[in-house]
Design a protein around this ligand. Structure first.
Ligand code: THU
Length: 136
């Protein structure tokens, strides 16, 4: 993806953290998905007093993108930001959803609190992801 779009996407992933609803974990996460046409779609983690109902930023962003009508083929990158010492790393549930809703060769940019960036492909996040088409 173009350097300018990548930088914008990373900036939005950082900025959107202010909207995180995370009173239980007090751990704010922001995600931003970049589209082929240059559009950006963001999400944050949204928690619940019934803890398992909480949603991660990655799945909120992907749900929002699909709800707006974007498709897998439109996605060119995702950035994830947290105020953590280490690079934020998506949970297992998000990896499963990312493997289905994003092209496997999409680069995911993982940030730490210093806004250093680590790159990983969706394909590498979840080897042997469950795929209903392959399993039937
Ligand atoms: N969380 C995310 O939103 N994304 C991740 O990649 C890791 C964890 C959220 C879930 C929960 O609201 C909080 O961070 C602490 O686990």
């Amino acid at each position: 993806m173009k350097a300018e779009l990548k930088e914008k996407m990373i900036r939005e992933a950082v900025l959107v953290k202010v909207n995180s609803y995370s009173p239980y974990s007090k751990f704010r996460v922001g995600a931003c998905i970049a589209m082929k046409n240059g559009d950006l779609v963001t999400g944050t983690n949204v928690e619940s007093a019934s803890y398992p109902c909480g949603m991660c930023a990655e799945r909120v962003a992907l749900g929002s993108a699909y709800s707006k009508g974007y498709k897998k083929e439109d996605i060119v990158g995702m950035a994830i930001s947290a105020d953590s010492k280490g690079f934020i790393s998506p949970c297992g549930m998000c990896r499963q959803v990312m493997s289905e809703l994003m092209p496997l060769n999409t680069t995911v940019y993982l940030l730490n609190s210093k806004q250093e960036v680590k790159e990983v492909k969706v394909r590498a996040l979840l080897p042997l992801a469950f795929d209903l088409k392959e399993s039937k």
